[in-house]
Write a protein that binds this ligand. Structure first.
Ligand SMILES: CSC[C@H]1O[C@H](OP(=O)(O)O)[C@H](O)[C@@H]1O
Length: 375
């Protein structure tokens, strides 16, 4: 089933939606572009149970910090929508409905440990429900209210992407050659993206940019997703393997690096896709600006440094085989951390939707994002 393409609306929208909500006579569905089969197949998934939503996050059918936060919010709304539909005779918001919501939050919170957006979105949905049940609402009203809250999280993320894109584009000059790692584009968010948003906005404003795309082993988010996104946008790109980044930096070909983030600590340490730390050290060695683009929902002011960020360890098979084709002997010992931490000293600036943070980050991030951290 081909995905639902949205017409591009000027400079502010991606060409498609990554995650969205639909309702039909059978009930509600959380809809996703299935990123695990891109770019060979462009299909959407229509999920009717929160367990399916959790499985989609765990198996990276949907991935990217903001996107999994939005997806989890829709998954929680789906759990209540499903429960209310199955108990149409109910007229009061019973403890049962809240228990259903809390159980969905726990289920979705167990999917992936690193991206703080996931936990931020779950907590926001729970707080919205706890606030709502203080009022004399019918169950159907609570279900609609939670669907609207999830949609609000998605809409706010889309607005944040455009804001980050506009702020970040000011750092891009006509003719720049840029490097990205992993995928932090529209597929990773509910809008234009994080790290790719400045590139989209600069390109749409007429700046000539060329992007070197790290393939990003082992899941190849760069080769499969970023390359596909940039092609959709007619932005020139060169796909490279991860071990080529240093060579192209040394040969003077890279003007700046733009990456996303999954969690940023209060001191500016950045957890992002594995390999980001290596890119940051190489950029520092070559005096190339290293920009991190992330909404305030990715900044975790509750943790003092990157040492406290949980790093997801993924299935060894992701390293032993590529799309099912074995490349290493079975039975070898494998390490497969999905993320690493870049110390803040290697980060030139952090571009959020509320402003660009510069060192010292333990001051600037609090100034820019403090209100966002208290949901
Ligand atoms: C805009 S967040 C994108 C962020 O998420 C990716 O990780 P994953 O593909 O495992 O979800 C990667 O760290 C990106 O920078």
């Amino acid at each position: 089933m081909s995905i639902q393409y949205q017409p591009q609306d000027g400079a502010s929208e991606p060409k498609w939606k990554t995650v969205w909500w639909e309702e039909d006579e059978q009930g509600a569905t959380v809809c996703l572009v299935d990123q695990s089969v891109l770019p060979q197949e462009i299909v959407s998934l229509h999920l009717r149970h929160e367990q399916q939503v959790a499985d989609a996050i765990t198996s990276l059918k949907v991935r990217g910090a903001p996107a999994i936060g939005v997806t989890a919010a829709f998954g929680m709304a789906l759990a209540v929508w499903r429960f209310v539909r199955d108990h149409e005779e109910a007229t009061l918001i019973t403890d049962e409905i809240m228990t259903q919501l809390q159980a969905a939050g726990k289920l979705l919170g167990r999917t992936r440990p690193t991206a703080v957006n996931l936990f931020w979105a779950i907590e926001r949905m729970l707080q919205r429900a706890e606030q709502a049940v203080q009022q004399p609402l019918l169950p159907q009203q609570l279900a609609q209210l939670l669907r609207d809250e999830a949609q609000a999280i998605a809409d706010e993320d889309a607005a944040a992407c455009l804001s980050m894109g506009t702020l970040g584009a000011s750092l891009i000059d006509d003719g720049d050659i840029l490097l990205t790692h992993c995928n932090a584009g529209a597929l990773a968010t509910a809008g234009l993206g994080t790290a790719l948003a400045p590139i989209y906005v600069a390109h749409r404003a007429g700046k000539h940019v060329h992007v070197f795309v790290d393939e990003t082993r082992p899941i190849l988010q760069g080769a499969r997703l970023t390359a596909w996104e940039l092609q959709q946008e007619n932005i020139p790109l060169t796909l490279i393997t991860d071990n080529m980044a240093g060579h192209f930096m040394r040969s003077g070909g890279i003007n700046a690096v733009f990456v996303g983030a999954d969690r940023i600590a209060a001191n500016g340490d950045v957890a992002n896709k594995i390999g980001t730390y290596s890119v940051a050290v190489l950029a520092h060695a070559h005096a190339i600006p290293f920009y991190v683009v992330a909404p305030c929902s990715t900044i975790d002011l509750k943790i003092p440094s990157g040492d406290h960020i949980p790093i997801e360890q993924r299935d060894p098979d992701e390293v032993i085989a590529v799309r099912g084709a074995q490349v290493a002997p079975v039975g070898v010992r494998v390490a497969n951390p999905a993320f690493d931490v870049t110390p803040h000293q290697y980060v030139t600036a952090i571009i959020t939707e509320k402003g660009i943070a510069h060192p010292p980050y333990d001051v600037s991030l609090g100034q820019i994002c403090s209100e966002h951290n208290t949901i």
